[in-house]
Design a protein around this ligand. Structure first.
Ligand SMILES: NC(=O)c1ccc[n+]([C@@H]2O[C@H](COP(=O)([O-])OP(=O)(O)OC[C@H]3O[C@@H](n4cnc5c(N)ncnc54)[C@H](OP(=O)(O)O)[C@@H]3O)[C@@H](O)[C@H]2O)c1
Length: 346
């Protein structure tokens, strides 16, 4: 039976779920790739959880530059994953927090009523989202739903870059560009939690913010080019890639690690050209040049939940938007000047 047929027959769409009789939900939807104006908020059928899924009543969802790329379908490379002619899922967004309202029959770790956060693979900017249970963990008691929704992709990227890729150790010097952004604001705090001496690079208006995140040193990129200073760093997480690879390498120690992490680039292949260049160059130097793709991992989300619970890491919320203004939220993120995270409350 389809969603529509079940709804007409008065059959509960999600057996056992308390949805107050809802058969449809409000959601941001896009029927084609394009600028934020392709997004409209309308009523759509409730998604049905599969055996290993959970249906979440979304409290808040955050958006990041990757959501913007998926919305526009550019670089075109993203269409190989998200749908060649039009977006496969139609509901933008990934990162969310909310309350479990129903679970698939194979799910044992979560129950209706649990407060969870994590990432959806089929859209998050909606009243309800179907999420694989493995993509969710309990919300730490000290976190609001907005703070929790801000975490998944950006913080996992920062954690994986610093721990898995660069293996940051206490006492190392770590420089983070884009320190005021979604990934950078988490990266500064995580590097500090790992015992590193952290330098954040940001614009004048964000100096106080980056210092408040625990950065030992802050460089204002509007006044100082860190690649021209005498300082050398063991690890550079370059979330912006405003300078050429060769220039950034000058700021690395002879055996340091550079993670070029800007998703921006050409219309067809995005950052792929730079990634290949970095990989090739890696073969000719003792420095490690390690671009990477972050991957959603429950273990990493649990590690982040611990850091959040301990107060070693917090979400920085730039703006919140209501669901009806989802297009504005994506427009703002696409401009590239976010301070921390942008969250949509549902
Ligand atoms: N590898 C992966 O799997 C992965 C995963 C997630 C994200 N990413 C990529 O990581 C990048 C950062 O993501 P994000 O979510 O942090 O972006 P974001 O939230 O838009 O943050 C970018 C930040 O950089 C600042 N900035 C701009 N120009 C700068 C410069 N020259 N020097 C230092 N800071 C500068 C911006 O503030 P001002 O303009 O006000 O200075 C803003 O705060 C994106 O390109 C994204 O695609 C990669």
């Amino acid at each position: 039976m389809t969603n529509e047929q079940r709804s007409k027959a008065g059959t509960p769409l999600v057996p056992g779920a308390n949805l107050d009789g809802a058969a449809t939900m409000r959601a941001a939807v896009q029927h084609r790739y394009g600028p934020p104006s392709v997004i409209e908020v309308s009523d759509v059928g409730l998604p049905l959880p599969g055996q290993g899924d959970v249906l979440v009543r979304v409290g808040a969802a955050s958006v990041h530059p990757g959501d913007y790329f998926v919305m526009t379908g550019e670089p075109y490379m993203v269409r190989l994953v998200y749908g060649l002619r039009r977006p496969r899922h139609g509901i933008p967004g990934m990162d969310l927090a909310g309350v479990v309202v129903a679970v698939g029959k194979d799910v044992t770790a979560l129950r209706p009523g649990d407060e969870v956060f994590g990432w959806s693979t089929a859209g998050a900017l909606a009243e309800y989202a179907c999420v694989p249970a493995d993509n969710l963990v309990p919300v730490p008691a000290n976190l609001s739903v907005v703070d929790a929704a801000a975490v998944a992709t950006s913080a996992m990227t920062a954690l994986q870059a610093l721990r898995k890729i660069a293996n940051v150790r206490p006492g190392q010097t770590v420089l983070v560009t884009g320190a005021s952004g979604g990934v950078g604001s988490f990266a500064v705090q995580i590097a500090k939690a790992f015992g590193a001496e952290v330098t954040g690079v940001c614009s004048t208006r964000n100096i106080d913010l980056v210092r408040s995140l625990g950065a030992d040193h802050v460089i204002d990129y509007t006044r100082t080019d860190f690649t021209r200073s005498e300082n050398r760093y063991d690890v550079i997480l370059d979330n912006v890639e405003a300078q050429p690879l060769a220039a950034v390498r000058r700021a690395l120690t002879p055996t340091g690690t550079l993670i070029p992490n800007s998703g921006r680039g050409g219309r067809w292949f995005g950052p792929l050209g730079r990634i290949v260049k970095a990989r090739v160059l890696s073969g000719f130097t003792r420095q490690l040049l390690l671009p990477f793709m972050s991957v959603g991992k429950r273990q990493d989300l649990l590690a982040l939940a611990e850091l959040l619970t301990a107060g070693q890491v917090r979400s920085v919320i730039d703006r919140t938007y209501p669901l009806d203004e989802a297009a504005d939220a994506l427009r703002y993120v696409g401009a590239g000047h976010t301070r921390g995270k942008v969250v949509i409350t549902v």
